[in-house]
Design a protein around this ligand. Structure first.
Ligand code: 5AD
Ligand code: SF4
Length: 342
């Protein structure tokens, strides 16, 4: 039997797991159907994770990176970046400020920077954890298993590692020298080591097909991530993809909505890259399944140099602006650490 859009939508809202063909059909929705998809995602969000929006303060503490991802402005071969590393004292200080402003989670993010060895990172995590008690999320790229385990012992709670794309050929073309199997293996190890694992994908990468995107959605669902960041591709002029077109907003919102409906209780951020495409997109994401916002707590002197894609520093909202948005939507600020299922 050939099912139509509205029938599949109703079925997945009720818990049915769609086939890849059905996902493809849902993602090729026209405008009015797209609104139905987003409304369904909003209902599922309310039912499974409620009205709380969790705030994660993110500190981008080093923009050094040894990788050369074709899409990213921090790639090693981009010589125009002013590289910086924050000191351990600065990082601990920023975490303390985040706590005093009421945030419950601090995300420590950097490029892949080996200067932050297992030992150096361990010390930073211990100090942040001891002085703030905040939930600590790490986003440091692929590292050896022993690093992940050591940092978990020091008190890290969560790890963010996007799979970026589930297409092996696209992944390996856009991330020279890296293998998708290693990435997926890291994700497995992180889960086994006891982290809450966040991942996600980029929408609209050059060469990506609708089928690739349907596979991404299925992959996220099968893996059962605790957090999934869905963001559109934004071309950075100082990269090999600088002249490519950006990802499409409706497509990114559609995938976010579908991810909410299918995963039920996963934490889904309204990503900054969405709001680079359109200033209204953050609000729309929060009404299409998202329940997490990530205010930037990186000191201003550094923030402008963490340019993964252009417009990022400008698109980030200060906490008070985010708070206003949350109230305007009739939602609440999360009062706990906002772990999945807590
Ligand atoms: N557009 C959108 N997202 C990007 N990222 C990197 N470069 C881009 C870009 N040009 C995302 C990747 C990476 C995270 C740090 O930022 O998903 O994991
Ligand atoms: Fe480095 Fe991450 Fe950018 Fe790739 S996406 S170049 S690993 S910071």
């Amino acid at each position: 039997m050939v099912l139509k859009f509205s029938e599949i939508l109703q079925a997945i809202e009720g818990g049915y797991r769609p086939s890849k063909e059905e996902i493809l059909l849902l993602l090729s929705a026209e405008e009015s159907q797209m609104n139905d998809l987003q409304d369904a995602a909003d209902r599922v969000r309310r039912k499974f994770v409620g009205d709380e929006i969790h705030l994660r303060g993110i500190v981008e503490f080093s923009n050094f990176c040894i990788q050369n991802c074709w899409y990213c402005g921090l790639r090693q071969e981009n010589r125009q970046v002013d590289r910086y590393r924050m000191t351990a004292d600065e990082i601990v200080d920023v975490a303390g400020r985040a706590k005093s402003r009421g945030l419950k989670t601090i995300v420590l993010q950097s490029g892949e920077d080996p200067w932050f060895t297992r030992e150096r990172m361990s010390e930073i995590i211990s100090r942040v954890k001891k002085s703030t008690g905040l939930a600590v999320t790490l986003s440091l790229g692929e590292r050896p298993e022993e690093d992940y385990r050591a940092w978990k012992r020091k008190g890290a709670d969560r790890y963010l590692l996007k799979f970026e794309t589930s297409s092996q050929s696209l992944f390996e073309r856009l991330r020279p020298g890296r293998k998708i199997s290693d990435r997926l293996n890291s994700l497995k190890i992180l889960k086994k080591a006891g982290y809450e694992v966040g991942s996600g994908n980029i929408i609209g990468l050059p060469g990506q097909t609708p089928e690739d995107l349907a596979n991404d959605v299925k992959f996220s669902l099968d893996y059962d991530f605790d957090m999934i960041g869905v963001g559109p591709f934004i071309p950075h002029p100082q990269t090999p993809l600088g002249r490519s077109s950006p990802g499409m907003l409706t497509q990114a919102l559609g995938i976010l909505a579908l991810t909410r409906i299918l995963t039920r209780d996963t934490n889904l951020p309204a990503t900054t890259s969405l709001s680079v495409l359109n200033p209204e997109a953050r609000r729309r994401a929060l009404q299409a399944g998202a329940n997490v916002l990530m205010p930037d707590v990186t000191p201003w002197v550094y923030r402008q140099h963490y340019q993964i894609y252009p417009g990022k520093a400008q698109a980030k909202l200060e906490e008070d602006e985010l708070t206003e948005l949350i109230f305007r939507l009739g939602r609440k600020i999360g009062r706990g650490p906002g772990s999945r299922k807590s």
